[in-house]
Design a protein around this ligand. Structure first.
Ligand code: ADP
Length: 912
């Protein structure tokens, strides 16, 4: 039953009881009231009527007595009338009394008796009055006293009895009323008690059932609260249909929701735990291989950390290698195999087997329950096949750089696989950076070897410097200035060594460094060469032969040094791909002439025969090549031939040849026809095993060669690379002790038949301009004197100014000088008769380019010859000077004759 019903029912019963109780109490009071009224209304009126009757009888008696006694008085009539009225009233009242007691037999008899007695009294009274009226007063008084007195007494006794009867009735009524009252009190108490009991019973009944149900619910809820297992909460059994059932129902829904929530929470916690585990493992494992720069060590450490972390037993990692020929293989670089020394294949190709497939598709492969013969995981205690095998690709950008394969007794969980994928992704980046690092390491190593070789050369240079220094000492005061330069050269050597170290960092800096180095070396070399040349000339005649020889040695050592610097620079330019080749049509005979002119004196100097043989059919041809580079290669080959030949001859041959004749793999470089230029000598020759080596930089056939013959071992390597730039190559044939033949093959640019005539007009344009060559040219022209000419030298290096001034003043040239561009312009304004300017380019405050531009802005100096001097030997330096407005360009170190020739050309061109 519902609590509401119970409560309503209980309280309705109590209310009903109260209603009955009220009714009964009211009824009792009503009866009591009626009893009281009975007493008052009935008995009192009866007693009152009896008393009235008694008073009327008394009045009648009094009136009658008065009348009898005094019948003649004035008031006799009045009394008679009163008597008559009293008799009438008496009769009325007696009748009323009779009627009043009709229902009371006792009282009714008494009333009748009273009525009769009253009648008797009235009759006797009337008889007395009658006698009086008959004038028988005495008789009348007598009769009255005799008869009426006893009747009246009886009447009074009767009336008294009547009153007593009525009093009795009143007592009876009072008793009834009292009884009714006490009954009412009892009734009230009983009903009150009953209502109370009923109320308590209802309250207890309702409360007990409520408490019981609530207790059950509270117990279930407590149990739920105490339950450790939030996804399995107790339920309230709903057997009734009351409010408790609703609460139970609501609770059950809530418990279900709580269970759902707990389950969700558990799942979320699980997920969070997995994520935390994943992050921790990723952090731990990646920390393990931080800083490793070797792939095998990286793979070893990675697998040692990863395999146990995933609960796997075996693990192998393969690294991608691009094999020559374009194929890709994955090579084993590390394994985790506590019980097996060697597991897994050594390598596999893309798409080969499952691992190859995984690499090809960049997709994970999981093998569950591999067959028994697949692989066995073994330990000292036993061996069993794994339950699961997983193969994952290690990606980097869009390619697979490695593959990991793991075998485990337990199936891999999704968390394991996720960790594996995350780590593979990170490993990809590391593998890539480590292999990159290893490559750099390799390059660095090579670069170090190169630097070491450079170092050896530099030490040799130092030795030469020391020799120079000794010579300088002997030259005394006059060449102290040169000594200073030598010290500076030493300092520059240090700079060179420092710079060498930079080469190790990146080969890209090498060429820049070498360019700078050549600049640094050329600047002091400039003054060294000029001054030693001056000394060697001994114009004042104050040096003895020995001293002149020393000066010549300094000059030739300086020139050697310059050659070396040029070679190093060339080599670095070639290696960094910065060497420019300018193809143009070149007249072959020009080259032959130049060679002849240059090496005839050398041959006669060394007492050697020198032949040049040129097939007639090619004597007049033009070839499409870089003339300057071709000349450089031939010069080198010839210099070597003369250097390494003590007696016999040096022969140079020019002939056309076809690709097939050459019979050499490199011949593919050529077009169908090629020009073969061979330089043959009868010198010391080169052993067969050294044929390849001598083309490498700094390599010589015999380590002691440089001691005996000098040289750096750079020449041939430069020649070979230049030949390649000209789309050709050099071949060597040599036998130790007999002689060597170096042959240069270069394409002609056309088939032989087309190689002649039409280009003859362009021959002049294609004339190979060579510094030494032009030197010769100028020498021939050198006729006019320079005496009295005024030249402005602008250079920030006082040593250069000093050297140039000394040299030029020897030709009676007047020199003014400035240490930077601004100063130079200032000086020019003061010396408007200046004939020519020698402008250094690299200067502080205002550099040469800017200074030339400023000078050209001034009208009076628009045509003033300006020759730019620069220690930078790059081609674009020359172009930059010309652009700025210089008339000519000469690179440092300046060769005196060449400079003088140039000055003459520009001074007299101006005049003519
Ligand atoms: P360098 O001559 O400055 O040492 P090269 O690169 O020109 O450097 O030559 C490398 C080496 O090859 C020489 O040191 C020498 O041992 C060998 N060599 C070159 N040309 C000849 C030659 N004509 N006869 C014998 N040996 C030669």
């Amino acid at each position: 039953m519902k609590f509401r019903t119970k409560l309503f029912g209980g309280f309705a019963a109590v209310l009903l009881l109260l209603l009955i109780f009220s009714y009964l109490v009211l009824r009792t009071f009503f009866m009591m009231n009626r009893n009281m009224h009975g007493i008052v209304d009935d008995n009192y009126s009866k007693v009152k009527l009896a008393n009235i009757i008694q008073e009327e009888i008394n009045s009648l008696n009094t009136e009658t007595t008065e009348l009898l006694l005094d019948v003649n008085s004035d008031r006799a009539n009045e009394r008679s009338a009163n008597i008559e009225a009293l008799k009438f009233s008496l009769d009325t009242n007696l009748n009323a009394l009779d009627q009043m007691f009709e229902d009371q037999p006792d009282a009714s008899i008494l009333a009748q008796e009273l009525h009769q007695l009253t009648d008797l009294y009235v009759e006797s009274n009337d008889a007395a009055i009658k006698l009086l009226l008959n004038k028988k007063k005495d008789q009348a008084i007598q009769l009255h006293n005799r008869d009426t007195g006893p009747i009246r007494l009886k009447l009074f006794l009767g009336l008294k009895a009547f009153s007593t009867l009525q009093e009795k009735g009143m007592d009876q009524s009072l008793m009834n009323s009292t009884r009714t009252y006490s009954f009412a009190i009892r009734l009230v108490v009983v009903l009150l008690v009953m209502t109370l009991i009923a109320g308590i019973f209802v309250a207890i009944w309702v409360l007990r059932s409520v408490i019981k149900s609530l207790g059950y619910i509270v117990a279930v809820m407590k149990e739920a609260a105490m339950s450790a297992n939030n996804d399995l909460l107790p339920r309230i059994e709903v057997a009734t249909k009351d409010e408790m059932a609703s609460i139970g129902h609501a609770y059950n829904i809530m418990a279900e929701a709580l269970e759902d929530h707990a389950r969700y929470q558990q799942q979320a916690n699980l997920l969070l735990q997995e994520q935390n585990w994943n992050k921790t493992m990723v952090a731990e494992i990646t920390a393990i291989y931080q800083g490793i720069q070797n792939l095998n060590e990286l793979a070893g450490r990675f697998m040692s950390a990863l395999t146990p972390a995933l609960g796997a037993s075996y693990g192998v990692v393969y690294h991608r290698k691009e094999i020559e020929g374009g194929s890709t293989r994955f090579v084993k670089i590390g394994a985790y195999a506590p019980a097996a020394k060697d597991i897994g294949a050594d390598s596999f190709g893309l798409g080969e087997g499952l691992a190859g497939q995984c690499a090809a598709e960049n997709k994970r492969i999981v093998l569950t329950g591999p067959p028994n013969e697949y692989i066995h995981i073994s330990s000292a205690l036993g061996t069993a096949p794994p339950r699961q095998i997983v193969i994952v690709p290690v990606p980097y950008e869009s390619s697979v750089v490695a593959v990991i394969e793991l075998a485990s007794f337990h199936p891999f969980t999704p968390a394991h696989l996720q960790l594996l994928e995350d780590l593979a992704g990170l490993l990809g980046i590391t593998v890539n950076s480590v292999s990159g690092h290893m490559q750099i390491q390799q390059l660095l190593h090579e670069s170090q070897t190169f630097t070491e070789e450079l170092q050896t050369q530099s030490e040799e240079l130092q030795l030469q410097q020391e020799e120079l220094k000794t010579l300088n000492d002997q030259l005394g005061e006059q060449i102290k200035a040169s000594e200073q330069k030598t010290i500076e050269l030493e300092h520059i050597k240090d700079v060179l060594e420092d710079k060498n170290k930079h080469i190790m960092l990146a080969s890209g800096y090498k060429s820049e460094f070498l360019a700078n180095m050549s600049h640094e070396l050329r600047t002091p070399l400039n003054s060294l060469l000029i001054l030693s040349q001056l000394l060697a000339k001994n114009t004042e005649g104050n040096l003895n032969l020995k001293q002149v020889e020393y000066s010549q040695t300094i000059f030739s050592s300086g020139k050697n040094l310059l050659g070396l610097i040029n070679e190093i620079l060339d080599l670095s330019k070639i290696e960094s791909g910065k060497l420019e080749v300018n193809f143009a049509w070149v007249q072959l005979s020009n080259i032959v002439d130049f060679i002849e002119r240059q090496y005839e004196p050398v041959a006669s100097d060394k007492d050697l025969q020198f032949h040049i043989s040129l097939d007639e059919d090619i004597a007049g041809i033009m070839i499409y090549t870089d003339g300057q580079r071709l000349q450089q290669i031939l010069q080198n080959l010839l210099s070597n031939a003369f250097k390494f030949t003590e007696q016999g001859s040096v022969t140079m041959r020019f002939c056309m040849t076809s690709k097939e004749e050459i019979n050499e793999p490199l011949a593919d470089l050529l077009t169908d026809y090629a020009l073969a230029i061979s330089v043959q000598d009868t010198g010391i020759g080169i052993p067969k095993d050294k044929h390849a080596v001598i083309f490498e930089a700094f390599r010589q056939a015999d380590g002691t060669t440089s001691r005996k013959y000098g040289g750096t071992g750079l020449g041939l390597s430069i020649c070979q690379q230049m030949a390649q730039l000209l789309n050709g190559f050099i071949r060597i044939e040599s036998e130790e002790g007999i002689g060597s033949t170096f042959t240069l093959y270069i394409p002609t640019g056309k088939v032989p038949s087309e190689l002649s005539a039409p280009y003859e007009n362009e021959a002049a344009a294609a004339l190979v301009i060579n510094n030494d060559n032009s030197n010769e040219r100028f020498k021939e022209q050198m006729v006019p004197s320079l005496e009295g000419k005024k030249i402005l030298i602008v250079d920030d290096d006082l040593r250069n100014i000093y050297a140039l001034t000394t040299a030029l003043e020897a030709h009676q040239i007047r020199i003014i000088f400035a240490e930077n561009g601004q100063e130079g312009i200032h000086l020019l304004h003061q010396n408007t008769d200046t004939d020519l300017i020698l402008m250094d380019i690299m200067m502080p405050t205002m550099d040469g380019h800017e200074a030339i531009r400023e000078i050209r802005k001034i009208d009076s100096f628009k045509t003033l010859p300006i020759i730019a001097l620069s220690a930078k030997a790059m081609k674009y330096d020359r172009d930059k000077c010309m652009e700025a407005g210089a008339n000519d360009y000469i690179s440092k170190p300046v060769l005196l004759d060449q400079l003088l020739s140039l000055i003459q050309v520009w001074l007299y061109r101006q005049e003519s």
